[in-house]
Design a protein around this ligand. Structure first.
Ligand code: FES
Length: 499
């Protein structure tokens, strides 16, 4: 039996099981950042071994003060490890802080929680249901991140252990609710209503429903939700009579976060032609036109979340979030919280590539011309592989937009507005997004950011009794277009790869 010392914790482990440091930490509910899910391909689960023994081949080696990959290091005996800055959980920001007007006639009562479950981030909005006033907003990194940054990695683990993802999310939500209750002087049992807006896979995980069918073609989910369940049946520790409402999904990859976001942006009540983009680990795209809503999901990969990028990181303190040129055409940057740069997040990445193109360091094929890297800062150097990751991600999104437009038969001029939703959408510089071809240039003047629209939709569902019927109707108005089999998409995906 060996022991791992991790910060102020001590965990026993069985050496005979040959588990990696990442696996032992997970077994003890320490969810270390592991974007590739422990496949040894992203290089992002670095951890410092202060002292101890590790297994190398058939040998046991003693090391001290060395940085290793947590997913590629098997400890032996007692070992002390320390997280690197940036690999622990971090607080995330949300910009949605509004009080929702409740109907003075019919409304719910008690305390309610609207939960936006993202693949990367959780946001919980606590409301007084009687008057619509917000009590608290809590944000956290989704602890499932230790099983991969993207949905497909999580699904892979889910297929071999059907309860694991459910247990992690339910425990984390219960923990946040308990801490918030004690901070704001109420009891968890005062909570009478919860609404969930998450992507389809996250809603399956939260509901304890088998998500395996979404992992393989034709990607048909077990449930499209739009349902209420008892909180106690889901393991949520609130009032025993509390109900949980799940926003309806459209398909395996257009989920309740998108229907909730579209409702909060009134896509079901407009006669305008509106393009709605939520770019995260996946790019969900909707086009409200001709009295209907057309949707698709483009597998952009996690590059814009900072994963799969050599110096990438989440939008946390120390991340380079903007990159620009000064009047002498020198590269400048700013970081979140104005501290020393530790890496680059999605918005900084888009800016950096736009700057690289402007300076002709990156050519129209994506090749780095001068040297073989683009240096933004000491700890933010983009490699040729990083640029290729951006190309794959941005061409998927752009091709998705063009495919929807082609399917509906509308031109750029006919689009009245482009709404950018979600954390990345809010931080991204629209000029840079157009410069790299993530969004077609023709739409630049029409772009507007709408913040956490999914959270706003979840809040409406929490507070307005009529919202459940409305969102159900909205979901039924949606036509889903599967991109993986679409010839137009395949051609555009190749065409849009360049800059
Ligand atoms: S390299 Fe360890 S999680 Fe990706």
């Amino acid at each position: 039996m060996g022991r791992i010392y991790y910060k102020s914790n001590v965990f026993d482990y069985d050496e005979a099981e040959h588990k990696t440091i990442l696996e032992i930490l997970r077994d003890n509910m320490i969810y270390y950042d592991a974007p590739c899910g422990g496949n040894k391909t992203c290089g992002r689960c670095k951890i410092r071994i202060v002292y101890g023994n590790i297994v190398k081949g058939k040998e046991v080696q003693s090391i001290s003060d060395e940085i290793v990959l947590a997913c590629d290091c098997i400890p032996f005996g007692d070992i002390k490890v320390m997280p690197l800055i940036g690999n622990e959980n971090y607080a995330v920001e949300t910009d949605f802080k509004k009080t929702v007007l409740v109907n003075p006639g019919e409304h719910y009562s008690g305390i309610g929680v609207a939960i936006d479950i993202g693949t990367t981030t959780l946001v919980l909005y606590f409301y007084n249901l009687d008057n619509g006033e917000i009590i608290a907003i809590q944000t956290a990194v989704n602890l499932q991140k230790s099983y991969g940054a993207d949905i497909m990695s999580r699904l892979k683990y889910h297929c071999s252990n059907k309860t694991l993802m459910n247990e992690i999310i339910i425990a984390q939500i219960n923990d946040i609710i308990a801490k918030t209750a004690s901070l704001y002087a109420f009891e968890p049992k005062d909570i009478s209503r919860i609404t969930i807006a998450g992507n389809t896979v996250m809603e399956h995980f939260f509901g304890g429903i088998d998500a395996e069918p979404i992992a393989t073609a034709p990607y048909v989910p077990t449930s499209l939700f739009g349902i209420e369940q008892r909180a106690m049946n889901l393991g949520i520790k609130v009032s025993k009579n509390a109900v949980v409402y799940f926003a309806p999904c459209v398909s395996g990859f257009v989920g309740g976060d998108i229907t909730a976001g579209m409702m909060s942006c009134n896509l079901d009540r407009t006669s305008d032609t509106i393009l709605y983009l939520d770019i995260g680990t996946n790019g969900e795209i909707a086009l409200a036109a001709k009295g209907r809503i057309f949707c698709c999901a483009a597998a952009a990969g996690p590059a814009f979340e900072g994963a799969n990028i050599s110096c990438g990181m989440g939008a946390q303190s120390g991340a380079i979030s903007t990159v620009y040129l000064n009047e002498k055409n020198e590269i400048q940057y700013s970081t979140i919280n104005d501290v020393e740069p530790l890496g680059i997040c999605g918005s900084g990445l888009v800016d950096a590539v736009a700057v690289g193109i402007k300076l002709s360091i990156i050519d129209e094929t994506g090749r780095i011309q001068k040297g073989n890297s683009l240096k933004i800062a000491e700890k933010a150097v983009l490699t040729q592989k990083d640029i290729r990751e951006v190309q794959l991600a941005k061409s998927a999104i752009c091709a998705g937009i063009l495919t929807l437009m082609d399917f509906v038969g509308i031109s750029f001029e006919q689009i009245d507005e482009v709404l950018l939703a979600g954390g990345f959408g809010t931080r991204i510089n629209p000029k840079s997004a157009c410069a790299i071809g993530l969004i077609p240039n023709e739409l630049f003047e029409k772009i507007r950011t709408v913040g956490n629209a999914a959270g706003a939709g979840a809040a409406e569902l929490l507070l307005k009794p009529e919202a459940e019927d409305r969102i159900q109707f909205l979901a039924e108005k949606c036509t889903y277009i599967e991109l993986s089999e679409n010839e137009f998409f395949k051609n555009e995906y190749i065409t849009q790869m360049g800059f």
